[in-house]
Design a protein around this ligand. Structure first.
Ligand SMILES: [Zn+2]
Length: 190
């Protein structure tokens, strides 16, 4: 092998290593376990959480659930109710975006505290979360949120990132995603 080719293959190796190290760590370090399975959304927690109070915080109107065809039954558990609300929210966000992916599944990982959320972000990306209360990781198809920020506007915003990413098949440009996700959040809060 000539010296030039040797040098080139060495440089290529360096580039590949740098690229690899720039990617995030695949483990958020919090040991989430699946708690609730909906049609479109699975909910994970690193510790026990109160599905009833999360559902209350989410506050999805019964009319939204009915429009989504996910009307509750009286014997539903709190977990069933939360799953139903999240599925309804997913359909509502899909309608606002006019992007419909019926085979879509996504994970929501609920951190007990803001400190846990920060720790997960730090572990995944090696940088600070910068005061945000939620984030979406395209490669893990996961929304991370702290329990106190578990609200329709915030979850809907992150669902929007997930839907846009899947709709285009690649992570869309950040600004483009952010404008659309803020539009979703605005509509959900109206
Ligand atoms: Zn966003």
């Amino acid at each position: 092998m000539s010296k030039i080719r040797l040098l080139l293959s060495y440089l290529l190796g360096v580039v590949l290593i740098l690229t690899a190290s720039r990617a995030f760590a695949a483990d958020d370090g919090l040991g989430f376990q699946k708690k609730i399975e909906g049609k479109y959304v699975s909910v994970y927690g690193a510790s026990e959480f109160d599905a009833a109070s999360l559902a209350q915080q989410l506050n999805i109107r019964p009319s939204t659930e009915i429009l989504a065809g996910r009307r509750g039954k009286s014997q539903d558990s709190d977990a069933d109710m939360l799953a139903r609300m999240l599925d309804a929210l997913f359909l509502q966000v899909s309608n606002i975006l006019d992007m419909h992916i019926y085979s879509m599944k996504m994970d929501i990982k609920i951190c007990a505290t803001v400190a846990d959320l920060e720790a997960a972000y730090n572990r995944l990306f090696g940088t600070s979360l910068g005061g945000r209360r939620s984030f979406y990781v395209y490669d893990l198809n996961s929304i991370y949120v702290s329990a106190e920020a578990f609200q329709a506007g915030i979850i809907g915003h992150e669902m929007s990132h997930a839907i846009i990413g899947r709709y285009f098949g690649i992570p869309a440009p950040v600004k483009f995603q952010e404008v659309l996700s803020m539009y979703v959040e605005y509509n959900l809060k109206k």
